[in-house]
Design a protein. Structure first.
Length: 144
């Protein structure tokens, strides 16, 4: 009986957090900072799940009418192509709104329009898994 009461207390305590997180898809609730090993595991998972990973430069910014157009400098995962189109499905996706922005993109979706669900502009663990230090290979530039 005591275990059941404890279980109910946990459920009712966690429910508001779960509901709040469900209501906002972008909300991230963390109890503590992840360890280096946990960050590395998450990086491997994200890279496995990605449709494409490219270093590129925004040549046409995202608008509500058209996805951003990114000139690909290097392909780290996925098919070789000269350009990728990067759209926005929800307000949680990163919209590329500044022409000239240079960055590494870990993309989902495709093949016509890709999406950038998380800002990986300073993703040290992901770079380690990819074996490519973006600060040397493709430094971030914020654009015009």
């Amino acid at each position: 009986m005591r275990i059941r009461s404890l279980a109910l207390a946990i459920v009712f305590t966690a429910a508001p957090v779960t509901l709040a997180t469900t209501a906002r898809a972008c909300a991230v609730v963390t109890v503590r900072e992840p360890t280096t090993a946990e960050r590395r595991t998450e990086a491997r998972f994200l890279i496995e799940q990605a449709t494409a990973i490219v270093d590129g430069e925004v040549v046409r910014p995202f608008t509500k009418a058209e996805p951003a157009l990114v000139r690909v400098s290097r392909v780290l995962k996925g098919d070789a192509r000269e350009f990728v189109r990067v759209g926005e499905r929800t307000s949680c996706d990163i919209a590329l709104t500044r022409p000239g922005t240079r960055l590494r993109l870990i993309l989902t979706g495709g093949p016509d329009v890709f999406y950038l669900p998380v800002d990986y502009s300073n993703a040290v663990e992901e770079d380690g898994v990819l074996g490519s230090d973006r600060t040397l290979d493709w430094p971030y530039y914020p654009g015009d």
